[in-house]
Design a protein around this ligand. Structure first.
Ligand SMILES: Nc1nc2c(c(=O)[nH]1)N[C@H]1C(S)=C(S)[C@@H](COP(=O)(O)OP(=O)(O)OC[C@H]3O[C@@H](n4cnc5c(=O)[nH]c(N)nc54)[C@H](O)[C@@H]3O)O[C@H]1N2
Ligand SMILES: Nc1nc2c(c(=O)[nH]1)N[C@H]1C(S)=C(S)[C@@H](COP(=O)(O)OP(=O)(O)OC[C@H]3O[C@@H](n4cnc5c(=O)[nH]c(N)nc54)[C@H](O)[C@@H]3O)O[C@H]1N2
Ligand code: SF4
Ligand SMILES: [Mo]
Length: 734
């Protein structure tokens, strides 16, 4: 943290300048906007700015957004924002074009008997949705309603409060399609769903299926750059040589879905040779002996036969780890290898938390840290009435008992809709149908609902399944609640309103959910504006909305992280648990042992289909953004990757068109032949294959991995197992 950073204290001492907002609007297409920007003189004269946060991925990087004559003219990343640290990525710069997209939803829509959407008024939409919610509550109770969302910061608050007010516990994030197995597996061992590798101070850092150079968060990339500059040993375990390789010392092209064998074998070496932190383990761990007995036979030779990493490398890496410890760890990853991909993802996450414990690296400099965060305190109940916690259990929590309770198994709620138990579903900033599991299956699930409401800014595949589509204004057109970010120095950032409303009949989420709550008879829980709530939340930590508006980000140095402080383990035993009763109840061994992935490719023309991010796209939400799709087209980025030796065996050359098929789907695309991929897999970039004709830029470009994915969930953890896919690939015309 720079000395110039704005802290809560320095702010209170009165440090900041004044922001003001332009208020001009008018619809303008992206092409016209681009031309107007090109025609603009370079000077900042007459421009205004407000602090906002990017919405193009989960990182929500903070920036200063300049407005000139009502149009966005410039973005300057905020140096003090926890995730941006003075940089934003290509998506951050390109995504604001969506504000001016001709495909924006402009009015509330209702599906008629012919299955076509008709424009209706907000009053009609609220009234009819409210009546249908009340009817479902009367006939089936609040358990028959569900919400899927993962927006931040306002959306998460308002959608949760709305569901709480209706009495429904069925509140889901996108987690089951992202990192539910990681969060849930870690929780079993360390009682926390995540940790932060102290990358910049590390002597040795291993990434298992995490690519900070493709799946970008600027702060993570900057930390890796520092580690590399400091001479840290950086090891990348990935079936694909991803773009982080520029900072890496080694690439281990593991067979997909087999990292667990690699991890158990490295643990075996540490224990066999007595080079783990025995004192730390003796003091902090329950179940070490069971784990040690379980990995006794997990030799490097055993692992090599499964994961493809040479036994000698496994031996050497374990020793190198022990020498670098405690300034060493395996990074927490995000999604790539054990977030939601395989039948063994949750158990792989457990094995990582165990391995880091053997290094004794928790909260050590250069190790793996639990960083502090600050959250809003208690608010005046008169103005912000508390909502009673819903009774009953979240749908899916019994069937998938290891699943993180805050995330929940979103697609299982959809499954229960198909089975008739869930009657009404809401989606906010979520495209479940295209992105979470098999789209045909998920569409059938949503078709079975009595009521499906989607709040989006464009016609997503999920919105196409809705009875009502409610248009939100874009992220640059709304003020949101403050975002409290954890970190070595925790901080709070703001998404302020930058632009005036572009389409007059769109609304921000706080107004939409307040309106829905009133129509559903629970409006008494929303007697405040977003400004009032934001200000109250900030006052509870000694700040104010005015204060944050002026600077965008304020930090809390008095809550800063301290090395060496023992973490509090929020596990049943209050120790680190190498063994878990919950895992046993779900059918796993007490301590993590080998679990095979669900499918294994047979060779010949059969491959496992895997995916991973491309730096210029996010999930399903950016493909319809013209400047970002232009990069795809310029660099021919929809191609499927295939290992060069396998391609040669199959007579496939770079650029050839191939047919990819399995029992779920058949599609065609061109091939990128490369040595940068494990031979057992093909790698499909994940942002393409949009099937909504109303997304004119994205529609029909490239293939979508979920089309090839069967609907199936990971035992106990409930992830969608997004890489348990076998496909055959053949050259078109061969
Ligand atoms: N550009 C971009 N950045 C993003 C996002 C985005 O959509 N686009 N989204 C954000 C979000 S929500 C997330 S969850 C993160 C995801 O962040 P990451 O998890 O880092 O992203 P991925 O690219 O999905 O996966 C990383 C790598 O895992 C590899 N991998 C696949 N299977 C295996 C396996 O079996 N074993 C191993 N060891 N590796 C494997 C892939 O080849 C890929 O290179 O990215 C965040 N940042
Ligand atoms: N095909 C594919 N599937 C994926 C992934 C992938 O990369 N490709 N990634 C996986 C991962 S890591 C994750 S985290 C999940 C993410 O899954 P989601 O969180 O569902 O993200 P998206 O698929 O991008 O869909 C977001 C939806 O929100 C809409 N939206 C954008 N801005 C706004 C806004 O301001 N307001 C509202 N109301 N809506 C808005 C977009 O138009 C889009 O329809 O997807 C998972 N599934
Ligand atoms: S990493 Fe890029 S896309 Fe994600 S929030 Fe930051 S700037 Fe936006
Ligand atoms: Mo994600």
């Amino acid at each position: 943290m720079s000395e110039n950073a704005i802290t809560r204290r320095s702010f209170l001492a009165g440090s900041a300048g004044v922001a003001a907002l332009a208020a001009a609007g008018g619809y303008m297409s992206f092409g016209a906007w681009k031309q107007a920007c090109a025609d603009e003189p370079a000077s900042d004269e007459g421009s205004w700015f407000a602090y906002s946060m990017c919405n193009a991925c989960s990182s929500k990087c903070g920036y200063k957004a300049y407005v000139k004559r009502g149009r966005l003219s410039k973005l300057i990343p905020n140096e003090y924002d926890a995730h941006a640290q003075g940089k934003i990525c290509a998506r951050g710069y390109g995504y604001p074009a969506i504000v001016y997209s001709e495909d924006r939803l402009t009015d509330p829509l209702k599906k008629n008997d012919k299955g076509e959407f008709e424009v209706i008024s907000w009053e009609q939409a609220y009234q009819e949705i409210g009546d249908k919610v009340k009817a479902i509550l009367d006939s089936d109770g609040p358990q028959a309603l569900a919400m899927v969302q993962d927006p931040r910061p306002s959306g998460a608050y308002y959608t949760k409060r709305f569901m709480d007010a209706l009495g429904s516990p069925n509140f889901y994030t996108h987690g089951a399609a992202c990192n539910i197995s990681k969060a849930s597996g870690f929780s079993q061992v360390i009682g926390a769903g995540d940790f932060s590798a102290d990358v910049e101070n590390s002597k040795m850092i291993m990434y298992i299926g995490r690519s900070v150079a493709d799946a970008v968060r600027p702060a993570h990339l900057l930390a890796l750059q520092k580690a590399h500059d400091n001479g840290a040993k950086v090891v990348m375990v990935d079936p694909r040589c991803n773009n982080s390789t520029v900072f890496a010392d080694e690439w281990l092209p593991v067979n997909p879905g087999t990292d667990l064998a690699f991890l158990l074998a490295m643990s075996h070496v540490l224990i066999r040779d007595g080079i783990y932190d025995a004192a730390y383990v003796a003091e902090n761990v329950v179940g070490f002996d069971e784990f040690a007995a379980g990995v006794k036979d997990c030799t490097p030779a055993w692992a090599e036969a499964i994961c493809g990493i040479p036994a000698a490398d496994i031996e050497r890496l374990a020793v190198e780890f022990s020498q670098a410890a405690p300034a060493a760890c395996i990074d927490a990853g995000w999604r790539g290898a054990f977030g939601n991909q395989y039948a063994n993802s949750g158990e792989t996450a457990r094995a990582i938390a165990v391995f880091n414990t053997l290094l004794g690296c928790w909260n050590q400099k250069g190790g793996a840290l639990f960083l502090p965060s600050v959250s809003a305190g208690k608010l005046d109940e008169e103005k912000f009435p508390a909502v009673p916690k819903p009774e009953g259990k979240k749908v899916g929590s019994e069937e998938y008992p290891l699943a993180s309770s805050s995330m929940g198994v979103n697609v299982f709620a959809a499954q229960r809709a198909k089975e008739g138990a869930i009657k009404g579903m809401f989606f906010y900033n979520s495209n479940m149908v295209a992105g979470y599991s098999n789209p045909v299956y998920l569409q059938e699930c949503l078709d079975a609902l009595d009521l499906c409401v989607v709040v989006d800014i464009q016609m997503s595949e999920t919105a196409l399944c809705a009875d009502y589509v409610l248009p939100e204004c874009s992220f640059l057109e709304r003020l949101e609640l403050p975002a409290f970010n954890g970190g070595k120095v925790p901080s709070v950032s703001l998404r302020d309103k930058v632009l005036d409303i572009v389409h007059p009949n769109t609304k921000p989420c706080d107004e939409i959910f307040t309106g829905l709550a009133e129509a559903c008879g629970v409006g008494e829980y929303f007697p405040f504006t977003v400004e009032e709530l934001a200000d109250a939340q900030l006052k509870s930590v000694g700040l104010s909305l005015d204060a944050l508006r002026k600077v965008g980000t304020i930090s809390f140095p008095e809550k800063a992280f301290e090395y060496g402080k023992a973490p509090k383990w929020k596990t049943p035993s209050e120790k680190i648990q190498f063994v878990s009763e919950a895992c046993v109840a779900a059918g796993y061994t007490p301590a993590p042992t080998w679990v095979a992935p669900a499918v294994t490719p047979a060779g010949g023309n059969q491959f496992r289909l895997i995916t991973g991010k491309q730096a210029m796209h996010s999930h399903t939400m950016t493909a319809n953004c013209e400047p970002l799709m232009a990069i795809t087209q310029d660099y021919d980025l929809t191609r499927i990757w295939m290992n060069a030796d396998r391609a040669e065996q199959l007579g496939i050359s770079d650029g050839d068109e191939v047919e990819i098929s399995n029992d779920q789907h058949t599609g065609r695309c061109r091939v990128k032949v490369t040595q940068r991929l494990n031979p057992t897999a093909v790698f499909l970039p994940p942002a393409y294959g949009c099937s909504s004709k109303d997304q004119h830029t994205a529609y029909g470009i490239g293939l979508r991995s979920t089309d090839f994915q069967a609907y199936q969930l990971e035992n106990g953890y409930g992830s969608t197992m997004s890489h348990e896919i076998l496909v055959t690939v053949k050259k078109v015309g061969a």
